[in-house]
Design a protein around this ligand. Structure first.
Ligand code: SF4
Length: 292
């Protein structure tokens, strides 16, 4: 049995930075410290932050007095304004790469361009980006939605930083048929692209693959979809406990990959769980042999 962990698995630069900023803020500031939404899409890290006194808040109305941390996904200018009006102390942990995409949307909106944003409409990064588009942004999640668009002379297209490159390429191809002059901005971040490539390479070399991460993490779900396209025996698990004898049946060469919000401990625990399951299995087989 062989276990291979994908290169570039686990926390990305932007998420690490946001976590460090949150911890630093908690140490330096008195009073309440909030994050606007979960700082990272991982239930166990959120529980840990709560223990340290960093509270996630979903609704702006719940914010009273104190410090609010804007997570790596960023927020729209409207949300930023509301936080200022509430006189909250703001710590902006928006990933610098997301900031660049926000700036790009702002510039394109000023140029009066129609902006196609390829991403999940419910994802916080997309909600933030659309706020920069001054009503010129259209969110597209799949090729079918492109087919419903009218033919246009000019358009621009960009992507959520964690978008699946394969899907983005397919949407761009569909948009070309609907647009005379299409400006394409590949805004999928480098960390996402290398992670996706490492996972698809691994899926081609193993017989079973576990994607570890929060079910609400969009980039982890995309890794799952990418791997599943290549390897049907890909499993999306939130923790090592979900690795069962059933998932390990016929597994000999096992891959593990994690999303941008998956802590290294979660990946290590998955490795240990697989090793333990194999030791147990070997014992069982030995017992059966003795009886015979
Ligand atoms: S996935 Fe990329 S853009 Fe998103 S937070 Fe991480 S480094 Fe930043």
């Amino acid at each position: 049995m062989e276990i291979i962990v994908a290169k570039n698995s686990g926390l990305c630069y932007g998420v690490k930075r946001a976590l460090n900023l949150a911890k630093e803020t908690r140490n330096k500031r008195n009073g309440k410290v909030f994050t606007l939404g979960d700082l990272i899409h991982n239930p166990r890290v959120i529980a840990d932050l709560q223990k340290q006194g960093i509270q996630p808040i979903e609704n702006l109305n719940e914010l009273k007095k104190g410090t609010v941390i804007i997570r790596s996904h960023g927020v729209s200018p409207g949300v930023h304004k509301s936080l200022k009006e509430k006189q909250m102390e703001i710590v902006d942990a928006t990933c610098p790469i997301v900031k660049k995409i926000q700036k790009l949307v702002e510039i394109l909106a000023k140029e009066k361009e129609e902006i196609i944003i390829v991403g999940n409409k419910d994802h916080p990064e997309i909600k933030g980006l659309i706020g920069f588009s001054q009503g010129r942004g259209i969110i597209v999640e799949n090729e079918t939605q492109v087919k419903r668009l009218t033919h246009k002379k000019k358009r621009a297209v960009l992507a959520q930083s964690t978008q699946d490159l394969y899907l983005f390429e397919k949407i761009v191809a569909a948009l070309i048929e609907k647009t005379e002059e299409l400006r394409v901005y590949n805004t999928i971040c480098h960390s996402t692209q290398t992670r996706q490539k490492a996972t698809s390479d691994l899926a081609s070399h193993v017989d079973t693959l576990f994607i570890v991460g929060g079910k609400n993490s969009s980039n982890t779900r995309k890794l799952f979809q990418i791997s599943r396209r290549i390897l049907p025996t890909t499993y999306f698990i939130e923790n090592a406990e979900q690795i069962t004898p059933k998932t390990l049946k016929w597994a000999n060469k096992i891959g593990i990959s994690g999303g941008a919000s998956t802590p290294p401990e979660a990946i290590q625990e998955a490795v240990e769980k697989i090793k333990d399951s194999y030791k147990l299995q070997l014992k069982k087989e030995k017992t059966i042999q003795c009886r015979e």
